[in-house]
Design a binder for this molecule. Sequence first.
Ligand SMILES: [Zn+2]
Length: 235
Amino acid sequence: MTVIVPVSGFVTAGSSVTLPSRALGTVTGMSSWTRPHVENSEVGQELSGSITAASRARVRAPITVTPCLGTSSVADGSRQIDVVSDTIYWPLEKGTYVETSPFGMRISPITGTLHMHEGVDLAAPMDTPLYSVADGKVVEVAENYFAGAFVKIKHERADGTVFYSVYLHQYTEKILVHEGDAVKAGQPIGAVGTSGWSTGPHLHFEIHDAADKVTDPMAWMKQAGAIHLGEDACQ
Ligand SMILES: [Zn+2]
């Protein structure tokens, strides 16, 4: 079944976006990469049989979304960023992803036990570009067996509030930034993958507060007035 969801905003009038309905049922990966040492050996072994599910949990082909005039193509990564410094962007372009698992306690799809899911899972096709949600500085680019390759960025808002954004399950060779880099809001930083504890291509996205503690990323982003790339150019 295909779900047609009409959208407003930067998509031209009369157009629509086809969301990957199958992705709604996609079971996504583990989190807790911030506390890796608790479960290492046991969970790692249980995991071995589940990883193969990745090949079955496919998301449909990318959706073509027409950005409004004045926004250059992102295909070559050369988008001209000209935004207010305090703008908060969603990490994926509108229409490219579906939320598949929220922040909070859940039964882990891998261990079958109640577990804190420390971010939100946004299913998207492999290699869908990821963008920094705000101006900031890359504080970590690393890889481990549960998070896969990931990027962590430290941000400071106009009012001085510090927060962090984290982007998991990437592949090292697709990551475009290095530790210490300064990044701009909306700057491409990498791409969706399915490395680590993941059962299909998705971004596990986290927001950490000033104390580097996880918080509900969807609630935080909405509170911050997050917009999608291109939306600011249509207002
Ligand atoms: Zn996740």
